[in-house]
Ligand binder design. Structure first.
Ligand code: PLP
Length: 484
Protein backbone atom coordinates (compact mmCIF):
# COMPACT_ATOMS: atom_id res chain seq x y z
CA UNK A 1 0.00 0.00 0.00
CA UNK A 2 1.47 3.36 -0.95
CA UNK A 3 1.31 6.67 0.89
CA UNK A 4 -1.25 7.63 -1.73
CA UNK A 5 -3.74 5.50 0.17
CA UNK A 6 -2.92 6.69 3.69
CA UNK A 7 -5.75 9.29 3.96
CA UNK A 8 -8.20 6.63 2.88
CA UNK A 9 -7.16 4.01 5.38
CA UNK A 10 -9.72 5.26 7.92
CA UNK A 11 -12.77 5.57 5.63
CA UNK A 12 -15.57 3.55 7.16
CA UNK A 13 -18.68 3.39 5.06
CA UNK A 14 -22.13 2.65 6.35
CA UNK A 15 -24.89 1.34 4.15
CA UNK A 16 -27.39 2.42 6.82
CA UNK A 17 -26.33 6.07 6.65
CA UNK A 18 -28.66 8.77 5.34
CA UNK A 19 -25.82 9.63 2.92
CA UNK A 20 -25.18 7.49 -0.12
CA UNK A 21 -21.85 5.66 -0.38
CA UNK A 22 -20.48 8.10 -2.93
CA UNK A 23 -21.48 11.06 -0.73
CA UNK A 24 -19.71 9.50 2.25
CA UNK A 25 -16.54 9.00 0.18
CA UNK A 26 -16.72 12.57 -1.12
CA UNK A 27 -17.21 13.96 2.41
CA UNK A 28 -14.23 12.03 3.69
CA UNK A 29 -11.97 13.27 0.89
CA UNK A 30 -13.17 16.84 1.44
CA UNK A 31 -12.31 16.57 5.11
CA UNK A 32 -8.85 15.17 4.30
CA UNK A 33 -8.27 18.14 1.97
CA UNK A 34 -9.46 20.68 4.54
CA UNK A 35 -7.17 19.17 7.21
CA UNK A 36 -4.21 19.36 4.87
CA UNK A 37 -3.79 15.56 4.92
CA UNK A 38 -4.34 15.64 1.18
CA UNK A 39 -2.36 18.74 0.20
CA UNK A 40 -2.80 20.76 -2.98
CA UNK A 41 -1.60 18.86 -6.03
CA UNK A 42 -1.56 15.44 -4.39
CA UNK A 43 -2.68 12.49 -6.43
CA UNK A 44 -5.70 10.35 -5.58
CA UNK A 45 -5.84 6.61 -6.13
CA UNK A 46 -7.47 5.36 -9.31
CA UNK A 47 -11.22 4.55 -9.11
CA UNK A 48 -10.34 0.92 -9.35
CA UNK A 49 -7.73 0.87 -6.55
CA UNK A 50 -9.84 2.85 -4.11
CA UNK A 51 -12.97 0.86 -4.96
CA UNK A 52 -11.13 -2.41 -4.26
CA UNK A 53 -9.84 -1.07 -0.99
CA UNK A 54 -13.27 0.14 0.15
CA UNK A 55 -15.22 -2.82 -1.18
CA UNK A 56 -17.52 -0.71 -3.39
CA UNK A 57 -18.21 -0.55 -7.12
CA UNK A 58 -15.83 1.45 -9.30
CA UNK A 59 -18.69 3.70 -10.37
CA UNK A 60 -19.29 4.72 -6.72
CA UNK A 61 -15.79 6.15 -6.41
CA UNK A 62 -16.08 7.76 -9.81
CA UNK A 63 -19.27 9.54 -8.75
CA UNK A 64 -17.59 10.73 -5.54
CA UNK A 65 -14.65 12.12 -7.53
CA UNK A 66 -17.04 13.80 -10.01
CA UNK A 67 -18.84 15.54 -7.14
CA UNK A 68 -15.57 16.99 -5.91
CA UNK A 69 -14.49 17.97 -9.42
CA UNK A 70 -17.77 19.87 -9.77
CA UNK A 71 -17.03 21.64 -6.48
CA UNK A 72 -13.59 22.71 -7.72
CA UNK A 73 -11.65 20.59 -5.21
CA UNK A 74 -10.30 17.96 -7.59
CA UNK A 75 -9.23 17.99 -11.21
CA UNK A 76 -8.69 15.08 -13.57
CA UNK A 77 -6.48 14.63 -16.61
CA UNK A 78 -5.73 11.51 -18.58
CA UNK A 79 -2.00 11.77 -18.07
CA UNK A 80 -1.85 12.69 -14.39
CA UNK A 81 -4.96 11.00 -13.00
CA UNK A 82 -7.16 12.70 -10.41
CA UNK A 83 -5.48 15.28 -8.19
CA UNK A 84 -6.33 17.87 -5.57
CA UNK A 85 -6.36 21.26 -7.33
CA UNK A 86 -3.28 23.46 -6.86
CA UNK A 87 -5.34 26.45 -5.65
CA UNK A 88 -8.20 25.57 -3.34
CA UNK A 89 -11.45 27.56 -3.39
CA UNK A 90 -11.55 30.30 -0.71
CA UNK A 91 -14.61 28.81 0.94
CA UNK A 92 -12.69 25.70 1.86
CA UNK A 93 -12.57 25.62 5.69
CA UNK A 94 -9.11 26.13 7.17
CA UNK A 95 -7.54 23.08 8.82
CA UNK A 96 -7.76 23.36 12.60
CA UNK A 97 -4.49 24.11 14.44
CA UNK A 98 -2.64 21.03 15.53
CA UNK A 99 -2.92 20.59 19.29
CA UNK A 100 0.48 20.91 20.83
CA UNK A 101 0.23 20.83 24.60
CA UNK A 102 -1.70 17.63 24.90
CA UNK A 103 0.90 15.39 26.57
CA UNK A 104 -0.14 13.26 29.53
CA UNK A 105 -0.39 15.24 32.75
CA UNK A 106 2.85 15.60 34.63
CA UNK A 107 4.92 15.31 31.49
CA UNK A 108 6.23 18.51 29.94
CA UNK A 109 5.36 18.76 26.28
CA UNK A 110 6.79 20.92 23.56
CA UNK A 111 5.29 24.38 23.68
CA UNK A 112 5.70 26.45 20.53
CA UNK A 113 6.02 29.73 22.41
CA UNK A 114 8.17 28.38 25.20
CA UNK A 115 11.90 27.79 25.43
CA UNK A 116 11.70 24.13 24.43
CA UNK A 117 10.59 24.99 20.91
CA UNK A 118 14.03 26.56 20.53
CA UNK A 119 15.57 23.10 20.94
CA UNK A 120 13.41 21.72 18.16
CA UNK A 121 15.17 23.49 15.31
CA UNK A 122 14.72 21.30 12.22
CA UNK A 123 16.28 22.65 9.08
CA UNK A 124 18.53 21.53 6.28
CA UNK A 125 21.00 24.25 7.12
CA UNK A 126 21.86 25.55 10.56
CA UNK A 127 21.23 29.16 11.55
CA UNK A 128 24.06 31.47 12.55
CA UNK A 129 24.99 30.82 16.24
CA UNK A 130 22.83 27.72 16.41
CA UNK A 131 24.14 25.37 19.09
CA UNK A 132 24.51 21.64 18.90
CA UNK A 133 24.86 21.33 15.15
CA UNK A 134 28.13 20.79 13.30
CA UNK A 135 29.52 23.23 10.76
CA UNK A 136 27.52 22.93 7.56
CA UNK A 137 30.53 23.70 5.37
CA UNK A 138 32.93 21.36 7.20
CA UNK A 139 30.99 18.17 6.52
CA UNK A 140 32.92 16.08 3.97
CA UNK A 141 29.84 15.68 1.77
CA UNK A 142 31.52 14.26 -1.36
CA UNK A 143 33.56 11.76 0.57
CA UNK A 144 30.57 10.72 2.67
CA UNK A 145 28.42 10.30 -0.42
CA UNK A 146 31.08 7.97 -1.86
CA UNK A 147 31.18 5.91 1.33
CA UNK A 148 27.40 5.83 1.39
CA UNK A 149 27.19 4.61 -2.21
CA UNK A 150 29.51 1.77 -1.27
CA UNK A 151 27.23 1.00 1.67
CA UNK A 152 24.16 0.99 -0.52
CA UNK A 153 25.81 -1.31 -3.04
CA UNK A 154 27.09 -3.71 -0.39
CA UNK A 155 23.75 -3.93 1.36
CA UNK A 156 21.50 -4.11 -1.72
CA UNK A 157 21.42 -7.90 -1.70
CA UNK A 158 21.30 -8.15 2.05
CA UNK A 159 17.60 -8.72 2.58
CA UNK A 160 17.79 -10.82 5.73
CA UNK A 161 17.30 -10.00 9.42
CA UNK A 162 19.85 -7.54 10.82
CA UNK A 163 21.43 -7.78 14.24
CA UNK A 164 19.68 -5.06 16.29
CA UNK A 165 22.95 -4.54 18.19
CA UNK A 166 24.55 -3.30 14.98
CA UNK A 167 26.85 -4.44 12.23
CA UNK A 168 29.71 -6.54 13.70
CA UNK A 169 32.27 -4.72 11.49
CA UNK A 170 31.16 -1.32 12.77
CA UNK A 171 31.19 -2.49 16.38
CA UNK A 172 34.75 -3.73 15.86
CA UNK A 173 35.84 -0.47 14.17
CA UNK A 174 34.28 1.54 17.00
CA UNK A 175 35.96 -0.57 19.68
CA UNK A 176 39.34 0.26 18.09
CA UNK A 177 38.46 3.94 17.73
CA UNK A 178 37.27 4.27 21.33
CA UNK A 179 40.46 2.72 22.67
CA UNK A 180 42.63 5.18 20.74
CA UNK A 181 40.48 8.31 20.97
CA UNK A 182 38.76 8.04 24.36
CA UNK A 183 40.83 5.47 26.26
CA UNK A 184 37.74 3.26 26.52
CA UNK A 185 38.74 -0.40 26.23
CA UNK A 186 35.81 -2.62 25.40
CA UNK A 187 35.01 -5.61 23.24
CA UNK A 188 32.73 -5.22 20.17
CA UNK A 189 30.12 -7.29 22.07
CA UNK A 190 29.84 -4.50 24.65
CA UNK A 191 28.83 -2.05 21.92
CA UNK A 192 25.26 -1.46 20.80
CA UNK A 193 24.84 0.64 17.65
CA UNK A 194 21.91 3.08 17.95
CA UNK A 195 20.38 5.91 15.96
CA UNK A 196 21.83 8.52 18.33
CA UNK A 197 22.02 9.56 21.97
CA UNK A 198 18.29 9.56 22.53
CA UNK A 199 17.64 6.06 21.22
CA UNK A 200 20.64 4.81 23.22
CA UNK A 201 19.26 6.45 26.36
CA UNK A 202 15.81 4.94 25.82
CA UNK A 203 17.32 1.49 25.45
CA UNK A 204 19.49 1.88 28.54
CA UNK A 205 16.64 3.20 30.71
CA UNK A 206 14.60 0.16 29.71
CA UNK A 207 17.47 -2.28 30.27
CA UNK A 208 18.23 -1.06 33.79
CA UNK A 209 14.55 -0.99 34.75
CA UNK A 210 14.68 2.65 35.78
CA UNK A 211 10.96 3.51 35.73
CA UNK A 212 9.70 4.90 39.03
CA UNK A 213 13.23 5.57 40.31
CA UNK A 214 15.21 8.77 40.84
CA UNK A 215 18.00 10.01 38.58
CA UNK A 216 20.46 12.81 39.29
CA UNK A 217 20.59 15.24 36.38
CA UNK A 218 22.85 18.22 35.93
CA UNK A 219 21.43 21.67 36.63
CA UNK A 220 21.87 23.41 34.26
CA UNK A 221 21.65 20.47 31.89
CA UNK A 222 20.29 19.33 28.52
CA UNK A 223 16.49 19.86 28.71
CA UNK A 224 15.79 17.01 26.29
CA UNK A 225 17.44 14.59 28.72
CA UNK A 226 15.13 15.72 31.53
CA UNK A 227 12.11 15.27 29.26
CA UNK A 228 13.34 11.88 28.06
CA UNK A 229 13.69 10.67 31.65
CA UNK A 230 10.23 11.94 32.56
CA UNK A 231 8.63 10.27 29.60
CA UNK A 232 10.31 6.98 30.58
CA UNK A 233 8.74 7.32 34.04
CA UNK A 234 12.03 8.23 35.77
CA UNK A 235 12.10 11.11 38.30
CA UNK A 236 14.88 13.57 37.47
CA UNK A 237 16.48 15.22 40.51
CA UNK A 238 18.35 18.38 39.46
CA UNK A 239 21.79 18.62 41.06
CA UNK A 240 23.74 21.87 40.74
CA UNK A 241 26.80 22.16 38.54
CA UNK A 242 29.71 24.42 39.56
CA UNK A 243 33.27 25.01 38.33
CA UNK A 244 34.13 21.36 38.98
CA UNK A 245 31.02 19.93 37.34
CA UNK A 246 28.19 18.08 39.10
CA UNK A 247 28.14 18.70 42.87
CA UNK A 248 28.26 15.06 43.96
CA UNK A 249 27.98 15.89 47.67
CA UNK A 250 24.79 17.81 47.02
CA UNK A 251 23.39 14.84 45.10
CA UNK A 252 24.24 12.67 48.09
CA UNK A 253 22.31 15.01 50.35
CA UNK A 254 19.15 15.42 48.29
CA UNK A 255 18.76 11.99 46.68
CA UNK A 256 21.23 9.52 48.21
CA UNK A 257 19.39 6.45 46.93
CA UNK A 258 18.96 7.54 43.30
CA UNK A 259 19.23 4.62 40.88
CA UNK A 260 21.29 6.55 38.39
CA UNK A 261 23.16 9.75 37.59
CA UNK A 262 23.16 11.19 34.10
CA UNK A 263 26.22 13.33 33.43
CA UNK A 264 28.23 15.02 30.66
CA UNK A 265 31.63 14.74 32.35
CA UNK A 266 33.84 15.48 29.34
CA UNK A 267 32.39 18.92 28.57
CA UNK A 268 29.35 19.70 30.63
CA UNK A 269 26.31 20.79 28.60
CA UNK A 270 26.00 23.76 28.49
CA UNK A 271 28.80 25.18 30.71
CA UNK A 272 31.65 23.24 29.09
CA UNK A 273 33.36 22.48 32.44
CA UNK A 274 34.92 19.09 32.79
CA UNK A 275 34.16 16.97 35.86
CA UNK A 276 37.15 17.31 38.21
CA UNK A 277 39.17 14.22 39.22
CA UNK A 278 37.90 14.50 42.84
CA UNK A 279 34.27 14.64 41.72
CA UNK A 280 34.83 11.71 39.36
CA UNK A 281 36.12 9.62 42.24
CA UNK A 282 33.25 10.71 44.49
CA UNK A 283 30.68 9.90 41.80
CA UNK A 284 32.11 6.43 41.19
CA UNK A 285 32.32 5.75 44.95
CA UNK A 286 28.67 6.73 45.38
CA UNK A 287 27.60 4.52 42.44
CA UNK A 288 29.54 1.55 43.82
CA UNK A 289 28.26 1.89 47.37
CA UNK A 290 24.70 2.39 46.20
CA UNK A 291 24.70 -0.05 43.28
CA UNK A 292 23.64 2.86 41.06
CA UNK A 293 24.46 3.39 37.41
CA UNK A 294 26.21 6.37 35.91
CA UNK A 295 25.13 7.24 32.38
CA UNK A 296 27.89 9.15 30.63
CA UNK A 297 26.59 11.34 27.80
CA UNK A 298 29.79 11.78 25.76
CA UNK A 299 28.02 13.90 23.14
CA UNK A 300 31.07 15.98 22.18
CA UNK A 301 33.54 13.10 22.53
CA UNK A 302 36.89 14.18 21.14
CA UNK A 303 35.61 17.56 19.92
CA UNK A 304 37.37 19.69 22.52
CA UNK A 305 38.84 23.05 21.62
CA UNK A 306 41.39 23.71 24.36
CA UNK A 307 44.17 21.34 25.34
CA UNK A 308 43.46 17.66 25.59
CA UNK A 309 40.01 16.09 25.70
CA UNK A 310 39.24 15.13 29.28
CA UNK A 311 39.10 11.37 29.70
CA UNK A 312 35.87 9.43 29.46
CA UNK A 313 34.46 8.20 32.76
CA UNK A 314 34.14 4.79 31.14
CA UNK A 315 37.91 4.82 30.61
CA UNK A 316 38.94 4.88 34.23
CA UNK A 317 38.69 2.87 37.37
CA UNK A 318 35.01 2.38 38.08
CA UNK A 319 34.07 1.77 34.44
CA UNK A 320 32.03 -1.19 35.69
CA UNK A 321 29.38 1.27 36.93
CA UNK A 322 29.45 3.49 33.82
CA UNK A 323 27.20 3.17 30.78
CA UNK A 324 28.83 5.23 28.06
CA UNK A 325 26.57 6.76 25.37
CA UNK A 326 28.06 8.31 22.25
CA UNK A 327 26.61 9.96 19.17
CA UNK A 328 27.84 11.02 15.73
CA UNK A 329 25.38 13.93 15.72
CA UNK A 330 28.07 16.44 16.74
CA UNK A 331 31.22 14.91 15.36
CA UNK A 332 29.72 14.18 11.91
CA UNK A 333 26.10 15.30 11.40
CA UNK A 334 22.68 14.66 12.96
CA UNK A 335 21.34 13.43 9.60
CA UNK A 336 23.67 10.43 9.73
CA UNK A 337 21.52 9.16 12.56
CA UNK A 338 24.07 6.95 14.31
CA UNK A 339 25.25 6.61 17.88
CA UNK A 340 26.27 3.85 20.25
CA UNK A 341 26.19 2.55 23.81
CA UNK A 342 29.13 0.90 25.55
CA UNK A 343 27.72 -1.38 28.23
CA UNK A 344 29.70 -2.52 31.25
CA UNK A 345 30.14 -6.32 31.25
CA UNK A 346 27.40 -6.85 33.82
CA UNK A 347 24.83 -5.20 31.56
CA UNK A 348 25.77 -6.68 28.17
CA UNK A 349 23.29 -9.55 28.30
CA UNK A 350 20.39 -7.38 29.50
CA UNK A 351 21.08 -4.63 26.97
CA UNK A 352 21.44 -7.14 24.13
CA UNK A 353 18.09 -8.69 25.06
CA UNK A 354 16.44 -5.27 25.25
CA UNK A 355 17.80 -4.46 21.79
CA UNK A 356 16.44 -7.72 20.39
CA UNK A 357 12.96 -6.99 21.72
CA UNK A 358 12.78 -3.23 21.24
CA UNK A 359 15.37 -1.87 18.83
CA UNK A 360 15.17 -1.37 15.11
CA UNK A 361 18.73 -1.49 13.84
CA UNK A 362 19.99 1.61 12.07
CA UNK A 363 20.10 1.47 8.30
CA UNK A 364 22.62 -1.06 7.04
CA UNK A 365 24.08 1.12 4.28
CA UNK A 366 24.84 3.94 6.72
CA UNK A 367 26.51 1.53 9.11
CA UNK A 368 28.69 0.20 6.30
CA UNK A 369 29.53 3.74 5.21
CA UNK A 370 30.65 4.69 8.70
CA UNK A 371 32.70 1.51 9.02
CA UNK A 372 34.68 2.45 5.88
CA UNK A 373 34.91 6.07 7.00
CA UNK A 374 36.51 4.99 10.28
CA UNK A 375 38.68 2.18 8.97
CA UNK A 376 40.22 4.33 6.24
CA UNK A 377 41.21 7.06 8.68
CA UNK A 378 38.74 9.69 7.48
CA UNK A 379 37.05 10.07 10.85
CA UNK A 380 40.25 10.93 12.74
CA UNK A 381 41.21 13.39 10.00
CA UNK A 382 37.76 14.95 10.04
CA UNK A 383 37.90 15.42 13.82
CA UNK A 384 41.30 17.08 13.66
CA UNK A 385 40.17 19.51 10.94
CA UNK A 386 36.89 20.24 12.68
CA UNK A 387 38.62 21.08 15.97
CA UNK A 388 40.87 23.49 14.14
CA UNK A 389 37.97 25.12 12.27
CA UNK A 390 35.90 25.52 15.45
CA UNK A 391 38.81 26.99 17.41
CA UNK A 392 39.37 29.60 14.69
CA UNK A 393 35.65 30.40 14.56
CA UNK A 394 35.35 30.68 18.31
CA UNK A 395 38.27 33.10 18.47
CA UNK A 396 36.85 35.12 15.59
CA UNK A 397 33.45 35.31 17.27
CA UNK A 398 34.93 36.36 20.61
CA UNK A 399 37.06 39.09 19.00
CA UNK A 400 34.13 40.35 16.93
CA UNK A 401 31.79 40.49 19.92
CA UNK A 402 34.34 42.47 21.90
CA UNK A 403 34.96 44.83 18.98
CA UNK A 404 31.21 45.40 18.71
CA UNK A 405 31.03 46.40 22.36
CA UNK A 406 29.83 43.19 24.06
CA UNK A 407 31.08 42.27 27.53
CA UNK A 408 33.65 39.47 27.65
CA UNK A 409 31.91 36.27 26.53
CA UNK A 410 32.62 33.05 28.45
CA UNK A 411 33.80 29.96 26.63
CA UNK A 412 31.52 26.93 27.05
CA UNK A 413 32.39 23.87 24.99
CA UNK A 414 31.50 24.66 21.39
CA UNK A 415 29.67 27.86 22.41
CA UNK A 416 30.28 31.28 23.87
CA UNK A 417 27.98 32.60 26.59
CA UNK A 418 26.95 36.23 26.79
CA UNK A 419 25.68 36.70 30.36
CA UNK A 420 22.63 38.95 30.80
CA UNK A 421 21.38 40.79 33.89
CA UNK A 422 19.33 38.59 36.20
CA UNK A 423 15.64 38.68 35.34
CA UNK A 424 16.32 39.50 31.68
CA UNK A 425 13.95 37.52 29.46
CA UNK A 426 16.50 35.57 27.43
CA UNK A 427 13.79 33.29 25.99
CA UNK A 428 12.03 36.25 24.43
CA UNK A 429 15.34 37.52 23.08
CA UNK A 430 16.05 34.12 21.51
CA UNK A 431 12.60 34.09 19.88
CA UNK A 432 13.17 37.58 18.51
CA UNK A 433 16.59 36.56 17.22
CA UNK A 434 14.98 33.64 15.34
CA UNK A 435 12.89 36.11 13.37
CA UNK A 436 16.12 37.53 11.92
CA UNK A 437 17.65 34.06 11.40
CA UNK A 438 19.97 34.11 14.40
CA UNK A 439 19.81 30.80 16.25
CA UNK A 440 20.94 31.80 19.77
CA UNK A 441 19.87 29.62 22.72
CA UNK A 442 18.63 31.07 26.05
CA UNK A 443 20.73 29.99 29.02
CA UNK A 444 17.77 29.95 31.43
CA UNK A 445 16.13 27.13 29.43
CA UNK A 446 18.87 24.75 30.54
CA UNK A 447 17.95 25.15 34.20
CA UNK A 448 15.40 22.87 35.86
CA UNK A 449 12.08 24.51 36.67
CA UNK A 450 12.05 26.47 39.92
CA UNK A 451 15.80 26.35 40.31
CA UNK A 452 18.22 29.24 40.21
CA UNK A 453 18.08 29.95 36.48
CA UNK A 454 20.61 32.43 35.15
CA UNK A 455 19.97 34.63 32.16
CA UNK A 456 22.20 34.72 29.10
CA UNK A 457 22.51 33.64 25.52
CA UNK A 458 24.61 30.81 24.14
CA UNK A 459 26.17 31.33 20.74
CA UNK A 460 27.30 28.18 18.93
CA UNK A 461 30.62 28.69 17.17
CA UNK A 462 30.38 25.94 14.54
CA UNK A 463 28.56 27.97 11.88
CA UNK A 464 30.23 31.35 12.37
CA UNK A 465 31.16 32.69 8.92
CA UNK A 466 33.82 35.38 8.57
CA UNK A 467 31.89 37.29 5.89
CA UNK A 468 28.80 37.62 8.08
CA UNK A 469 29.97 37.49 11.65
CA UNK A 470 30.21 41.24 12.25
CA UNK A 471 26.74 41.95 10.85
CA UNK A 472 25.28 39.04 12.86
CA UNK A 473 26.91 40.22 16.09
CA UNK A 474 25.75 43.81 15.59
CA UNK A 475 22.22 42.64 14.91
CA UNK A 476 22.17 40.50 18.05
CA UNK A 477 23.60 43.26 20.24
CA UNK A 478 21.08 45.76 18.86
CA UNK A 479 18.27 43.36 19.76
CA UNK A 480 19.73 42.89 23.23
CA UNK A 481 20.06 46.59 23.90
CA UNK A 482 16.57 47.34 22.65
CA UNK A 483 15.14 44.94 25.26
CA UNK A 484 17.48 45.86 28.13
C1 PLP B 1 23.94 17.21 25.91
C2 PLP B 1 23.56 16.54 24.64
N1 PLP B 1 23.55 15.21 24.57
C3 PLP B 1 23.24 14.56 23.40
C4 PLP B 1 22.90 15.25 22.28
C5 PLP B 1 22.73 14.53 20.95
O1 PLP B 1 21.63 13.80 20.81
P1 PLP B 1 21.31 12.91 19.49
O2 PLP B 1 22.42 11.96 19.25
O3 PLP B 1 20.08 12.20 19.94
O4 PLP B 1 21.13 13.86 18.35
C6 PLP B 1 22.85 16.64 22.32
C7 PLP B 1 22.41 17.40 21.13
O5 PLP B 1 22.18 18.58 21.11
C8 PLP B 1 23.21 17.31 23.52
O6 PLP B 1 23.24 18.65 23.58
Amino acid sequence: MTELFAPFAAITLSRQSAHSLNEQIALHIERAISLGVLPAGSRLPSWRDLATQLGVARGTVRTAYDRLIDRGLLCATKAAGTRVVEVLPILMPMPPAIQRNSGPSGVTSIDDDGPLALFQQRADRPLAFQMGVPAHDAFPATLWARMHRRGVQASALNTGVMDPCGLPELRAALASHLALARGVYCSPEQILITTGFRSGLAMVLRAIDSAGKQAWVEDPGFPITRLALESAGVHPVPVAVDREGLDVELGHTIAPAAALALVTPGQQAPTGVSLSPERRRALIDWARQNNSWIIEDDYLAELHLDGQASPALAAGDGADRVIHIGTFSKTLAPMIGLGFVVAPQALVKRLTETAWWLATPPNNAVQIALTHFMREGHYFRHLRRTRQTYTERRDLLRDTLLRCGASLPQSAGLSLVLPLPSGFDDVQLAHQARTVSLGVTPLSAWFARGSRARSGVLLGVANVRSERVEADCRQLLTLMHSTL
